[in-house]
Design a protein around this ligand. Structure first.
Ligand SMILES: [Zn+2]
Length: 502
């Protein structure tokens, strides 16, 4: 479907949503609250439908907390039903950005989802994805089908990994697609580095603001099989995908992406499936590695930062397609800022220059090392929150937000950064943050912050007026307001003052 038809179906979804009494969510996802009438209808529907009986949602601190429980199809159905307006809104943002950046139409991604991805997806996750579509339909959102939802679940890997690989295979003239870029700043530390010698882990998610303003779901998942999970996530997507979460066996998980990575195996299992499966079934670092390697397709290649609160061990698991490597310790730290470390991964699977200190990944790496050294023995969740909001640029030696600071602001000038040179003032960077430590992991709790962790609000209209070259996002780019650090716990219900609970 071309951009025009894309917008047309977006408008149709919007009109349909209004007709069904849904809140007008497209202007600002943060005001996606359902009205009182629909809330009553939702409550009645839940009472009547056993598949929805155990599921609920509420909103706090800019986040939407969603509890899913039961068999795979039931959990998908709950997900689709409870987040229907948000999924429909997120789909518009995802489909327009994927088609624009890859120069492919949406039918291309539907075909990739149908023929390449779907046959490789475990049966339980096929059921969950089918359940999302059924939940959307039960809520009156009939435009999105299974191929749309599967392609949307692949949004971190199809446009930025599959398409560049395909372009290379088909010897396309010139680069028609953009290579995998930077996503996220993160660290995990333990032993002599932390205040109480326990594990501290933190992560801020970097994406386009177009995606990031919608990356505001807390998924509390109690599946029929495997461990329970508390993770942040994106509407309609079954993996955390940015990624951050903790499971009920004490595994703490996050990652940052490998910059300028290339490689794809069309016969592999999608990354979003492996990542979800690993969070659900891994009770140790070794099991995590094993699940991610099983059917590795090279998509969304990351440096995984892992911790096991049962053993106190932390690890960095660098996962390319041809090579992978695991570093592990009970006393030390691992940081992530999109740099690869294994010389084989760097040489065979990236075009990244680890020595260019003007590059964001290297500049942030240096900043992480400075912060870890300066705060050895003092690191706790309060410091972790401050690190995620850090604006010191190690290249210019100045303080101020830009694309090279741990709290990333791609829309700000960043002299010398090769990524900024390619996409000046790109509205992308840190879009939310999360922090957890051993004590929190024990009760499946973490704190999370919507928007830039430094507290800066992003205003879409003002940005587009200053940078009309990004007007292609004007249909979907929305304000991204920074919320307060807010605590979430598995299986919690909203206090009665939170209006969404019913
Ligand atoms: Zn910032």
């Amino acid at each position: 479907m071309d951009g025009h038809r894309n917008r047309l179906s977006f408008v149709m979804l919007f009109v349909m949503g209004i007709a069904l009494g849904a809140a007008p969510v497209f202007l600002n996802a943060k005001v996606a609250s359902v009205n009182a009438g629909e809330q009553a209808a939702l409550a009645q529907r839940r009472a009547d439908d056993p598949a929805l009986a155990k599921a609920y949602r509420f909103e706090r601190g800019g986040w939407i907390y969603v509890h899913l429980e039961g068999a795979p199809h039931d959990m998908g159905y709950q997900h689709g039903y409870l987040l229907a307006p948000e999924i429909s809104d997120a789909f518009a943002a995802v489909s327009s950005e994927m088609t624009y950046t890859s120069k492919r139409n949406w039918d291309f991604f539907r075909r990739a989802a149908h023929t390449m991805m779907w046959p490789k997806i475990d049966v339980d996750y096929q059921s969950e994805l089918a359940g999302i579509v059924d939940g959307l339909r039960a809520r009156g959102y009939t435009k999105l089908d299974q191929d749309d939802i599967v392609a949307m679940n692949g949004f971190m890997e199809l446009a930025d990994y599959y398409v560049p690989w395909l372009d290379k295979q088909t010897a396309a003239v010139g680069p028609t697609s953009k290579p995998a870029e930077e996503h996220c700043s993160a660290f995990v530390a333990t032993g002599s580095y932390t205040k109480n010698h326990q594990i501290v882990m933190a992560h801020n998610n970097w994406t386009s603001y177009n995606y990031g303003a919608r990356w505001n779901i807390i998924f509390d998942i109690a599946p029929q099989h495997g461990y329970s999970m508390l993770m942040d996530g994106f509407p309609g997507v079954i993996a955390s995908d940015d990624d951050f979460g903790v499971n009920s066996d004490g595994l703490m998980i996050t990652e940052t992406t490998i910059t300028d990575f290339h490689g794809w195996d069309p016969n592999g299992k999608p990354e979003f499936v492996r990542a979800r499966k690993a969070m659900q079934y891994a009770g140790s670092i070794d099991e995590y590695v094993q699940i991610m390697l099983d059917g590795n397709n090279g998509g969304y290649a990351n440096d995984w930062l892992l911790a096991d609160r049962k053993t106190g061990e932390i690890a960095r698991f660098e996962l390319g397609l041809l090579h992978h490597r695991v570093w592990r310790t009970r006393d030390g730290y691992y940081v992530g800022s999109n740099f690869a470390s294994d010389p084989a991964v760097l040489k065979d699977e990236t075009t990244f220059d680890p020595n260019n200190m003007a590059a964001s990944a290297n500049a942030r790496h240096a900043r992480w090392d400075e912060l870890m050294a300066a705060n050895q023995g003092k690191i706790d969740t309060t410091l972790a929150e401050a690190f995620l909001a850090d604006h010191y640029d190690t290249y210019t030696k100045k303080t101020g937000p830009n694309r090279r600071t741990l709290c990333g602001h791609g829309d700000m000038a960043t002299e010398g950064d090769p990524m900024f040179a390619k996409e000046p003032y790109n509205p992308a960077g840190s879009v939310e943050g999360k922090v957890i430590d051993t004590n929190m992991a024990e009760s499946m709790t973490f704190v999370a912050h919507t928007g830039h962790p430094c507290g800066t609000n992003f205003k879409a209209r003002e940005f587009l007026q200053a940078h009309p070259e990004y007007n292609w996002q004007s249909n979907t780019l929305i304000d991204m307001d920074a919320g307060p650090w807010t605590q979430f716990r598995a299986h919690e219900h909203a206090p009665s003052s939170d209006t969404e609970e019913n």
